[in-house]
Design a protein around this ligand. Structure first.
Ligand code: 5GP
Ligand code: MN
Length: 333
């Protein structure tokens, strides 16, 4: 098991060497980025920028609206055509496997050295120039903080804001069981160096549209409570989004509300979308303690962490629910 001490001591030499020696670095993370994915990218990008390197952030889905207040030292692109130069290195952050980056970057990842820096379970160490996968880290941001430290860059300004967003997002504001002493120590250091946590929280959380409020109200009303109260499932269909005037992104985080229900062991959020006439459903699963929803997600080609996992199923939401249910039931049968 990786202890906090040896995580701290162990930024692998090949990771640091690759970052130090390359001049043009592309930084990326999983598509549909959350706070950890985008915060980690921006923090690393700031550090590399401070070292005088050419840096660019790629995300297949671009910068999500809820994180648009974060500052970047470079372009954040969502198409490889927009690359200002041919990268020497691609740093892939917060991806349990390389497919999570999305399709657009795969050809580039085949021919350019990659670093895999991540905290998901069962990461296959896909980095051709180095892999650092630490499942005990609460956030990829925790690992990026250690890298920034080793690179000798101060954790201040927009870099500090990005790191805070990364770590606070994946620890549920420092409340989930994954919250490590190191995550808290890094955050203490950010605060000591002047990070305005209240201002950041204002931008991160007190920013809802009326449409989002209505969507959450509707989802709460229509949540299905099943399996003798052990399963709470909410369905974000295209009809619900249209009727409330909201977007799929507005449902981000709703699954955490379902876990609040006393007695619930699995919280499930199903988000349906249609692309080129084909329906697909993104399942977000949450659990507590030893109940592993990662095992459920893995059956459908997804993954994540023991208590927070996801998968995309190539079918509508109702069908996805029918497919998931027997696997979820295995948790209590
Ligand atoms: P969320 O439900 O918030 O999208 O994701 C929960 C956790 O599961 C995150 O750590 C996320 O990276 C991971 N995850 C979500 N969807 C997938 C997926 O399709 N594949 C894999 N490997 N992990 C996923
Ligand atoms: Mn993460």
């Amino acid at each position: 098991m990786t202890t906090e001490k040896n995580v701290h001591d162990a930024v692998p030499a090949d990771i640091l060497e690759a970052l130090r020696s390359c001049g043009r670095i592309l930084v990326t993370a999983h598509a549909r980025p959350d706070g950890d994915a985008m915060g980690s990218c921006l923090a690393l990008a700031w550090a590399l920028h401070e070292l005088g390197k050419s840096v660019c952030v790629f995300n297949e889905d671009g910068m999500p609206g809820f994180l648009s207040f974060l500052n970047a030292p470079c372009p954040v692109i969502s198409d490889t055509d927009a690359l200002p130069w041919e990268p020497e290195l691609i740093a892939v952050l917060d991806c349990g496997d390389r497919t999570r980056v999305g399709e657009k970057l795969q050809p580039l990842m085949d021919r350019i050295p990659t670093l895999d820096i991540d905290h998901h379970l069962a990461n296959p160490n896909f980095g051709s120039a180095g892999s650092w996968a630490v499942p005990s880290a609460s956030a990829t941001g925790e690992l990026v903080a250690l890298i920034v430290h080793e690179l000798g860059v101060a954790m201040q300004g927009p870099l500090a804001e990005a790191l805070y967003v990364a770590i606070a997002s994946d620890t549920g504001n420092f409340s989930y069981g994954n919250t490590t002493p190191l995550a808290l120590r890094i955050t203490a250091q950010l605060r000591e160096q002047g990070l305005d946590i209240a201002a950041l929280r204002e931008k991160l959380e007190n920013n809802w549209s009326e449409a989002k409020l209505r969507l959450w109200g509707r989802l709460m009303n229509e949540t299905r409570i099943l399996e003798d109260g052990r399963l709470a499932a909410a369905f974000v269909t295209r009809a619900v989004l249209a009727e409330t005037g909201s977007t799929r992104e507005d449902a981000e985080g709703f699954v955490e509300q379902l876990r609040r229900l006393s007695g619930v062991r699995v919280a499930l959020l199903l988000r349906e979308e249609e692309k080129e006439g084909k329906a697909s459903t993104k399942a977000s699963l949450r659990s507590s303690g030893s109940d592993s929803v990662r095992d459920v997600a893995a059956v459908f080609g997804g993954g994540g962490h023991k208590n927070a996992a996801g998968a995309t199923l190539a079918m509508g939401a109702e069908q996805a629910f029918e497919a998931l249910l027997p696997q979820i039931r295995l948790i209590w049968s």
